[in-house]
Design a protein around this ligand. Structure first.
Ligand code: NAP
Length: 323
């Protein structure tokens, strides 16, 4: 099969087209014929090995799994002996262990769900990591009807779900993004949009009951100034931040330690894609309350360009590779 793989950590140039055998599947795994694969900052982190702390999980000298990509949507080609929920021909989405920038991918049964019937494979591939992280952010941020919610990175992969989910919860939503994404964020349902190239998020004082910090690049002091005295700040993003060792994720880890000393509530959000969360998203998508928003799309052979697009934040909404 054709794949996009790497032999060493580095910039997008390390990604090369290769031919390799289809992945073998374990008893509890599903072989998926990939139709589309999502591109998110997690892919950039594994490709570059930055922040360095990520290498403890993915391989010290090079990624243990050479094929990139996690989000997957496609058709079941074969199932392991203990798999009960899927059979060949089923249309599925979720995350895979073997790399989704490939014609076939192996995924655990517990990390897949049946694809929502009303969306394309491309939209489905945009959903698992970003949609589940948005769902977890809304939950951990305890977003409720009537609250004022500020969302940074609102025009990105997670943001495009988080804006819709916060609206579905009855909140009044202010999205924060750069100029080229203002129209998208409005179209997702945001009541107000702050173009951060013109205004800062504390321009109106501390008025937000909940801040979902997806972009991860604002100082905590600024986030705190924009929140109400008893407000909640949910720290989600960090991978884009400059720190070489932790890349900004240390804020999420420190949040529960600092929070008891503040009048505001700080929480670090960590999301894991599993079947129950995917099925919850399926319900929201099929009922029309949430629609996955795909930004730029690329062919498998152009995966390196897709990653450059991600790193430059050019795409409004999630980037997807079609296979
Ligand atoms: N906690 C978790 O479990 C979890 C799970 C998945 C991802 N994440 C993290 O969450 C963050 C957002 O993920 P995402 O998938 O939404 O990413 P994305 O699609 O790249 O969107 C992030 C948005 O943030 C904005 N941004 C601001 N400063 C940036 C910078 N210096 N570099 C790049 N983008 C910047 C960009 O919009 P503008 O052009 O408007 O600035 C971009 O659209 C990332 O840090 C990612 O690593 C966390």
């Amino acid at each position: 099969m054709q794949v996009i793989a790497q032999n060493a950590y580095g910039p997008a140039e390390v990604l090369k087209p290769r031919t390799m055998d289809r992945p073998s599947i374990g008893d509890d795994e599903v072989l998926v014929e990939v139709r589309a694969a999502g591109v998110d900052p997690g892919v950039w982190i594994v490709m570059t090995g930055r922040p360095y702390a990520a290498r403890l999980a993915f391989g010290l000298r090079r990624p243990r799994v050479p094929v990139r990509g996690m989000d997957v949507a496609g058709v079941v080609s074969a199932v392991g002996t203990r798999v009960t929920r899927f059979r060949p021909g089923d249309e599925v989405y979720g995350v895979c262990e073997s790399g989704s920038f490939a014609e076939y991918a192996a995924a655990k049964e517990t990390r897949l769900a049946v694809k929502p019937a009303n969306i394309s494979f491309v939209q489905a591939a945009a959903t698992p990591v970003s949609g589940v992280t948005a769902l977890k952010s809304i939950r951990d941020g305890r977003v409720r009807a009537g609250q004022r919610v500020l969302i940074t990175g609102a025009g990105g992969g997670i943001g495009s779900f988080a804006v819709q989910l916060a609206k579905a919860h009855g909140a009044s939503v202010t999205g924060v993004c750069s100029t080229s994404k203002v129209e998208l964020v409005r179209s997702l349902g945001a009541d107000e949009v702050i173009d951060y190239t013109r205004d800062e998020i504390d321009r109106d004082g501390g008025r937000y009951d909940v801040i979902l910090d997806l972009a991860g690049n604002r100082p905590l002091s600024l986030l705190r100034r924009a929140a109400t005295p008893k407000g909640t700040i949910a720290l989600v993003g960090g991978g884009h931040a400059k720190g070489r060792i932790m890349g900004g994720f240390q804020r999420q880890m420190a949040a529960p330690v600092i929070s008891p000393f503040l009048s505001q509530r700080l929480c670090g959000v960590t999301a894991l894609v599993r079947t129950p969360e995917l099925e919850e998203l399926t319900g929201l998508i099929e009922s029309g309350r949430v629609t996955p928003h795909v930004g730029n799309t690329y062919a498998l052979a152009d995966a390196a360009e897709a990653i450059r697009d991600l790193a430059a934040s050019r795409s409004a909404g999630k980037i997807v590779i079609t296979v």
